[in-house]
Design a protein around this ligand. Structure first.
Ligand code: TPP
Length: 281
């Protein structure tokens, strides 16, 4: 079965709503970095990626490696809404015995290809997959690697990037979710990453920078990347932590939220109601 691809605006609203519902039910979780990649996930699973939900290990599939594995809830929603497993599983996020742990685990969840959570490691995993596909002569098969700007503090990322650039693995498209925040505060205050697009260009990547809130721009950038086969590809996404929910965009503790105050719970429930209206339209 090849899945039917949904309307991208509705798909993004669905993922955003599911992320909020899952984390609210759990009582805590990584809101900021899950919401900042919602538009990217909608474009990937809703349009760009090739997969078979009833055959997750289909050998011609595209691969997604979410190297910032703590943003797993967004991927779970994208997978459930694409038919990889029942939507009821979303209610079990991080329960004992769940198939959906807070960080991605390839041995637990259909559709997850890389176990991540220790920042940096997914960049090497994705590089290995891309190198393997290239060696096999795979055509039009891609590895989509999602990294965080905070994650790039890990030296391992730059080792992997050096190899991607050296081997000109254009089949790996590296996304940097530049949401400007991390665990302990603003990225700029922890380790300033300067101009990421310039850095990636200097490393040898064909680099684009786009508004990570804009579905059409993300989609166009991926099309351009797919048609460029001379260099490794990077797309820097200008995003916001807590993206798409005004309360969380302005909430200092958005990296990992505890839903333990009436204000936070009401803001989340109200955002869910707004998103439900968008999904019904
Ligand atoms: C090797 C490693 N060190 C530290 C952590 C703890 N940690 C979890 S999330 C995070 C911040 C990551 O920032 P970023 O990549 O920008 O993610 P986002 O802001 O998009 O959530 C840190 C330091 C970890 N998971 N792995």
């Amino acid at each position: 079965m090849i899945s039917t691809k949904p309307d991208l605006n509705t798909f993004a609203a669905r993922i955003r709503k599911d992320v909020l519902s899952m984390l609210l039910k759990r009582g805590y979780g990584h809101v900021g970095g899950s919401l900042s990649i919602v538009e990217l996930l909608a474009v990937l699973y809703g349009k760009q990626m090739n997969y078979r939900p009833d055959e997750p290990h289909w050998e011609k599939r595209d691969y997604l490696v979410l190297s910032k594995g703590h943003s797993g809830p967004g991927v779970y929603s994208a997978l459930a809404n694409s038919g990889f497993f029942p939507k009821s599983w979303l209610e079990t996020l991080n329960d004992g015995g769940t198939r959906l742990p807070s960080h991605l685990d390839r041995n637990k969840t259909p559709g997850v290809d890389a176990t991540t959570g220790s920042l940096g490691q997914g960049t090497s995993i994705a590089t290995g997959i891309a190198a393997g596909l290239a060696k096999e002569g795979a055509k039009d098969q891609y590895v989509y690697l999602i990294t965080g700007d905070g994650e790039l503090n890990e030296g391992q990322c730059w080792e992997a990037f050096q190899y991607l650039a050296h081997a000109a693995l254009s089949n790996c498209i590296v996304f940097i979710d530049e949401n400007k925040g991390q665990n302990d505060g603003k990225s700029e205050a922890i380790i300033r990453h300067f101009d990421l697009a310039e850095k990636m260009r200097a490393f040898g990547f064909y680099t684009q920078k786009v508004d990570g809130k804009n579905l059409a721009m993300i989609d166009d950038a991926i099309e351009i990347a797919k048609n460029q086969k001379q260099q490794a590809n990077c797309i820097v996404l200008d995003t916001v932590k807590g993206q798409g929910v005004p309360f969380f965009e302005n909430y200092a503790g958005v990296h990992s939220v505890k839903f333990n105050s009436p204000e936070i719970i009401e803001a989340t429930e109200s955002a869910i109601r707004e998103l439900e209206k968008q999904i019904d339209e």
